[in-house]
Write a protein that binds this ligand. Sequence first.
Ligand SMILES: [Zn+2]
Ligand SMILES: [Zn+2]
Length: 106
Amino acid sequence: VEFTDRQIPCSECHKLFTFTAGEQRWYNERGFEHPPRRCGDCRKARKERDGREGGGGGRGRDRDRQRPKHRITCARCGVEAEVPFEPRSGSPVYCASCFQANRQRG
Ligand SMILES: [Zn+2]
Ligand SMILES: [Zn+2]
């Protein structure tokens, strides 16, 4: 499947934002049928608002699922993993267990 950048009107501020080919692939890989309805700014604002209001409660798992994950290949053991941060190009990224091991060694 080929993806091309798409312009989508934000359902909150009604500005057009770009749903990039890369994002579309990401969505597709995860089986999401619907494109995002809000622009990045509104999504961020909403997330911050949710974080502030939604204190307490045992919904940690739900929040985890919403955090964007980035696919990486561990520079140490070569396993494919997902990390909650955006890997910087040029610097090695590790899976969770290698990251821990590295840290403990100093
Ligand atoms: Zn918006
Ligand atoms: Zn590893």
